[in-house]
Design a protein around this ligand. Structure first.
Ligand code: ARG
Length: 574
């Protein structure tokens, strides 16, 4: 549609110059003014002419009239002036020749923008804290992060995904203490991450309890264990490595269900020896201030609380590590943009250390981007958890897969390979439901809504994809190349497909996967309307039939491409 908008804008520009030869309105600007009318009965595109009346010093009605009369563009079927709007109907022949032909030619690459060519983006996402549960709070960073990566890749960026594991810190001291107190090798080998999480929860509860009694024995002991790690104690470091190994194996299962891979797992521990140089730089620049023994960067001038760099005992903090990691990434990966995806709770943290990076004189500070998202809670279905009040991502996926299996067994008892499909649809339902919302909004998760096969859901769109595959399978080889559009549903579907590139650009601009999710719904709705109202395989006119098969194939390509962008698996059969 971008190209179509450009062509129409060129024509409008001519019309405008005829009205006023001195008017300076660029083609891009005019293309940007073209809107999609809320009601398709009004046309496919519209230009609100009141936006031009000041420049042209004419009434909008008059401008619309003149532009309609002067419209002469291959992609326009008709142009009408209505109440100061120029309403444009697109030519079906043009849509078939350009949009349909292009989708068939470019397949899943159709609609790919080129804005990222030659640029590199690093994305820091998922990043769970090892030994703490991987829970639904991580769903956002994981799927939004990956979706942003896919989107950037689609637009030509070279992308590098980092799972910045929280693999260092006092939690390991706690875990080691808990393991030595209550655990055993055999227990952890058998129970894996669940045992680790149980131990972690147990020690935390115990520490809270002793605190209430005014005691700090366990807390001190945990800190001592971590201190031993920092000093290079081999036994503790071996345990630490083992705990990370066990956690990673578990995470990998979840990532595989989502089809997610990372280019790097370099976590917090990796940056330990990279921090002193940055702390020194801060000190040399006179940016460090002592505050009750701790070293801080004062950000009062920028309306923020101070950024904490070193604790009183000289140990480093979360921002210190992030600064060192950013510098390391810039020097080694040479990014043009580095994106961090975390919950809104960390907005201040990122603002603060981004500012510190700027104050340190790094001229790439403005290439750092924080993308926050709202919180997730669970309503509706109750999920059993062994770990107190958190819902593990794994259990959420498990429950969804179980439900989908039940539904599918009812609907289609004989289907083969059901467990694969149930996993794709179950996990897909959760992801789709989550990514339909604006990322910044807090959401309350409702399992029944997410899993419905009829609503605006993952199962619905995956089912639509499978439907297109099944039509194509029955159709066999596609033979036609000479297409003709005869039904309004065909044209409506093509029009939706034609907006793909625009939607991708919009999603990129706003870092907003929900733009793609909603686009997928628009395609699914348009395709299903077409499917129900137009005969495809039983159509007797061969040219019409081939056109409809081609439209089905085009839908499959575009849906497939968009599914990949939001971590949704392409289900050929459901
Ligand atoms: N591990 C952190 C957490 O779970 C998120 C890390 C985000 N990335 C970063 N570079 N700070 O809260």
């Amino acid at each position: 549609m971008l190209k179509i908008k450009q062509l129409i804008a060129q024509n409008i520009q001519k019309g405008i110059l005829a009205i006023n030869p001195a008017a300076e309105l660029g083609v891009d600007e005019l293309a940007g003014m073209l809107e999609y009318p809320p009601d398709a009965g009004m046309g496919d595109l519209a230009l609100p002419c009141f936006k031009l009346s000041k420049t042209l010093r004419r009434a909008p009605v008059m401008i619309a009239q003149a532009l309609a009369e002067g419209m002469d563009c291959a992609c326009v079927e008709s142009a009408q002036a209505v109440n100061g709007y120029l309403n444009i109907r697109l030519s079906p022949a043009y849509l078939t020749e350009h949009v349909l032909a292009q989708v068939l030619e470019k397949k899943e690459k159709y609609g790919a923008p080129t804005i990222g060519q030659g640029k590199k983006v690093v994305l820091d996402y998922s990043s769970p804290n090892v030994a703490k549960p991987f829970h639904i709070g991580h769903l956002g960073t994981t799927v939004i992060g990956h979706s942003l990566k896919k989107m950037h890749e689609f637009a030509g960026y070279e992308c590098y995904g980092i799972n910045y594991l929280g693999d260092w810190g006092t939690q390991f001291g706690k875990l080691i203490l808990a393991y030595r107190t209550w655990g055993s090798k055999q227990m952890v080998v058998q129970g894996g991450i669940d045992t680790l999480v149980e131990l972690y929860v147990k020690i935390n509860n115990a520490i809270t309890a002793e605190k209430e009694e005014g005691k700090t024995e366990l807390a001190d002991a945990a800190r001592a264990e971590f201190h031993k790690m920092e000093m290079g104690d081999e036994e503790n470091l071996a345990l630490w490595k083992w705990f990370i190994q066990i956690s990673l194996e578990e995470y990998e299962k979840t990532y595989a269900q989502l089809g997610i891979t990372f280019d790097s797992y370099l976590g917090e521990s990796f940056y330990t020896d990279k921090m002193p140089a940055q702390v020194q730089k801060l000190r040399d620049a006179g940016l460090l201030k002592l505050d009750d023994g701790a070293s801080i960067v004062d950000l009062d001038e920028y309306g923020m609380p101070p950024c904490l760099i070193l604790k009183r005992d000289g140990s480093t903090l979360y921002p210190t590590r992030d600064i060192a990691a950013a510098v390391y990434r810039k020097e080694n990966l040479h990014f043009d943009k580095c994106i961090y995806v975390t919950s809104t709770q960390q907005i201040l943290h990122f603002k603060q250390w981004f500012k510190v990076v700027e104050l340190m004189g790094y001229d790439w500070y403005d290439q750092l981007v924080h993308i926050p998202y709202g919180t997730v809670s669970i309503g509706g279905a109750k999920l059993a958890t062994r770990t107190g009040n958190v819902v593990l991502l794994r259990d959420l996926f498990g429950a969804a897969i179980e439900k989908v299996t039940e539904i599918m067994e009812e609907k289609n008892p004989e289907m083969k390979g059901r467990s694969d499909v149930a996993e794709a649809v179950g996990v897909g339902a959760i992801v789709f439901y989550y990514l339909t919302n604006n990322r910044i909004k807090d959401i309350d998760f409702n399992m029944d809504d997410a899993l419905s096969f009829d609503g605006n859901t993952g199962p619905y769109v995956q089912y639509t994809y499978a439907r297109s595959c099944s039509v194509l399978e029955k159709a066999g080889e596609m033979t036609g190349t000479d297409f003709v559009i005869t039904a309004p549903e065909e044209q409506a579907l093509l029009k939706v497909l034609a907006t793909y590139e625009e939607k991708v650009l919009m999603a990129l601009r706003d870092y907003e996967p929900s733009v793609i999710t909603r686009f997928i719904l628009d395609v699914a709705v348009a395709f299903n309307r077409f499917y129900h109202n137009c005969r495809i395989l039983s159509e007797s006119d061969e040219r019409i039939k081939q056109t409809r098969i081609a439209l089905t194939l085009a839908t499959k390509h575009v849906l497939g491409s968009a599914f990949e962008m939001i971590c949704l698996k392409k289900t050929e059969k459901i």
